[in-house]
Design a binder for this molecule. Structure first.
Ligand SMILES: NC(=O)c1ccc[n+]([C@@H]2O[C@H](COP(=O)([O-])OP(=O)(O)OC[C@H]3O[C@@H](n4cnc5c(N)ncnc54)[C@H](O)[C@@H]3O)[C@@H](O)[C@H]2O)c1
Length: 283
């Protein structure tokens, strides 16, 4: 197999679960080495144990600037450089509707999903600018492209991440540091069940059920997998993408392309029924 991440040094926030975990595994499979930065110490340490020398775990709460700085410092002190920063940690955020949102809930969501991304870019840039190379990848969401699919605090945070990605891409381009972001659709990870109130341990057991139940959530009729996102991390991270920056990439089975004809078809059928006409277009 071609080693697309050979000798690349990465930091992955939220690397102990879901999308981040699969990204860690893929980077290592492709010849890279990774600092996993997360708050789930048991899982992170288990990955370090299982994956051997290519992986180090550090406790890192991305809402604390010093923790982010320390995660990057660990990559540099262990392996001498930083090639890839994956700002990915997150939760479903505050679920309140706009007329009930509290200052605390709003701030906590933005601090975790937006400020942490900015700080991840900031501290990665401190290493990458002098290096004259590096890739920063941020996890946004299809919810940041199309309002209506998640609560407002999460959607607004993810929309910010898409804009921050482009701003930072332009600022860092003169130093050959690239910044891109991925907008996942529904991906079968524990975040879905956790957002619905299930405990972390229980949510871990729901991946297959979410993937199966999510088969019709988007135009392509299969559930989204962490692998779908991890593959894009490898694409952005490898040297073959050295001219790719400022990209906001939906990976969502088609959600961001527009309204799903299957749903719209049901509405057209009602109009057709109301006027005594016919609606026969079946995508
Ligand atoms: N799964 C989806 O459908 C989906 C869709 C769009 C975007 N996303 C985004 O993908 C990213 C990863 O989510 P996932 O689906 O893999 O969920 P997940 O719950 O499996 O993983 C998220 C990880 O982030 C960690 N984390 C949470 N708060 C943290 C903090 N303060 N500091 C450090 N780490 C923290 C968690 O411990 C966990 O390991 C998130 O930013 C999420 O918003 C997910």
């Amino acid at each position: 197999m071609a080693m697309r991440m050979k000798d690349k040094i990465a930091v992955v926030t939220g690397g102990a679960s879901g999308i981040g975990k699969r990204a860690v595994e893929r980077i290592v499979e492709e010849g890279g080495r990774v600092v996993i930065a997360d708050i789930q110490d048991d899982r992170g340490l288990r990955m370090q144990e299982d994956m051997g020398d290519a992986v180090r775990y550090i406790h890192c709460d991305v809402t604390a600037e010093d923790d982010i700085k320390a995660a990057i410092a660990k990559a540099v002190s262990t392996w001498g450089r930083l090639d890839l920063m994956f700002n990915n940690a997150g939760t479903g955020g505050d679920p309140a509707p706009v007329d009930e949102i509290t200052v605390e809930g709003w701030d906590a969501t933005q601090n975790l999903l937006v400020r942490a991304v900015v700080l991840g870019i900031k501290h990665a840039a401190h290493v990458m600018k002098p290096q004259g190379s590096g890739v920063i990848i941020n996890t946004a969401s299809v919810a940041g492209l199309l309002p209506g699919s998640t609560p407002i605090a999460y959607a607004a945070a993810k929309a910010s991440v898409t804009y921050i990605t482009k701003c930072a891409a332009l600022e860092l381009a003169p130093f050959s540091v690239r910044v891109n972001c991925i907008c996942p659709g529904l991906i079968a990870t524990p975040i879905i069940a956790k957002s619905m109130g299930l405990a972390s341990q229980v949510a871990d057991q729901t991946i297959d059920a979410v993937e199966k139940a999510g088969a019709l959530f988007q135009p392509i009729p299969r559930g989204g997998r962490a692998d779908d996102i991890a593959n894009a991390v490898i694409f952005f991270g490898e040297d073959a993408a050295s001219w790719v920056t400022g990209v906001v990439l939906p990976i969502d089975g088609g959600i961001a392309s527009g309204r799903d004809p299957r749903e719209i078809g049901q509405n057209w059928a009602k109009i057709a029924e109301a006027v005594g006409g016919e609606w026969s277009v079946q995508p």
